[in-house]
Design a protein around this ligand. Structure first.
Ligand code: TXA
Ligand code: MG
Length: 322
């Protein structure tokens, strides 16, 4: 079969819009790529260690980088966490369903494969109608899911991104990609460690740090201690092109001119006029840069406010050398 035909055939066999098919596949121990409001996740039933192990293999991800468990609603918290501090209840109430992950002390039900042996678990109730339906169909099961990209690469915000990255690694006989359209937020969830007081932001994300501090009516502590280590590596979300960071659009244009004069193919990414759109399009823009064959991307850093924290974090990691 020609390569294009093979890809079309693979897409036809893997991609569905039917949440029931995804739920059946997860119950049977397969993997389902699920749409969320942040990015697409590569999910397994958190109670099936063999299925969860396949996630690590497929992503090429170290086994000590724990996975977030996705739940249908905050009512499930007590099954998965052994202690639920008041801060967690406040945040769950205000932010779920939505782009917030909370680290809590884990319950006995949480498998070591999911947490890499840690005594905490990351929990999140995503806001996407199809994935919500899958979770409802699965009853009190949770879905362990990292972003559905190969380790260290740019996260996917469409089903097509997923097909491009890991389509060949999925098995149409037992896995599925649930297509829920483009992810509206575009950057991952904000991760808050609620096992400390004040809580710490481990990863800035779709819910601005300032909103979390307002909700808790306390300044947040800087990230430190053992929770911080897992997966918080300097280089991540990295396209193949080299990413350069500048603070102003004028600097980007001047740098682009210099690169072009030196014979390099370069593109500028600047969404600083509208941070919601900047976040939503960031990963698609980084992928488009690679697809167009440029060697260098010059990105304009937004100010460190609101979604700007998450965009700056992802751009810094995209620019860091592995
Ligand atoms: O928006 C999101 O959070 C997406 C969607 C799919 O929900 N998920 C996501 O997962 O970004 P992932 O695995 O790509 O990033 C989660 C990060 C990793 O750096 C992981 O190491 C960290 O959270 N993490 C998860 N559980 C943890 C724990 N118990 N302690 C410390 N870090 C944890
Ligand atoms: Mg990820």
């Amino acid at each position: 079969m020609q390569r294009a035909d093979h890809r079309a055939n693979l897409a036809e066999r893997l991609v569905t819009r039917d949440p029931e098919r995804a739920a059946v596949c997860l119950r049977d121990g397969g993997l389902a790529v699920i749409p969320t409001e942040t990015v697409y996740g590569l999910a397994a039933d958190a109670a099936q260690p063999d299925a969860v192990s396949r996630i690590f293999e497929l992503k090429g991800r170290p086994s000590d980088h724990p996975l977030i468990v996705h739940l249908a609603s905050a009512d499930e918290l007590a099954h998965w966490a052994s202690e639920i501090p008041a801060t967690a209840l406040t945040l769950a109430d205000a932010c779920w369903p939505g782009p917030l992950t909370m680290l809590l002390r884990r319950s006995d039900r949480v498998s070591d494969v999911v947490t890499g042996g840690r005594d905490t678990v990351g929990l999140r109730v995503p806001a996407h109608s199809l994935t919500h339906r899958v979770l409802e169909l699965l009853g009190d099961r949770g879905l362990a899911a990292p972003s559905a990209n190969r380790y260290g690469k740019v996260s996917p915000t469409t089903a097509q991104h997923v097909l491009d990255d890991i389509g060949e690694l999925l098995d149409p006989e037992r896995d599925v990609i649930l297509d829920g359209g483009a992810s509206p937020v575009g950057v991952e969830s904000t991760i808050v460690d609620c096992t400390t007081y004040p809580p710490q932001i481990l990863r800035p994300g779709g819910i601005p740090t300032e909103s979390i501090a307002d909700l808790l009516a306390t300044p947040l502590a800087p990230a430190s201690g053992p929770s911080r280590a897992a997966g918080m590596v300097a280089s991540h979300y990295a396209p193949s092109a080299t990413v350069h960071l500048v603070d102003r659009r004028a600097d980007a244009i001047a740098a682009a001119d210099r690169f072009r004069a030196a014979g390099l193919a370069v593109t500028v990414i600047d969404g600083t006029g509208d941070l919601v759109r900047y976040a939503r399009n960031l990963y698609a823009d980084l992928r488009a840069a690679d697809d167009s064959g440029v060697t260098d991307v010059i990105a304009v850093m937004p100010p460190p406010l609101g979604l700007g924290h998450a965009i700056r974090d992802r751009l810094q990691k995209a620019a860091a050398r592995p």
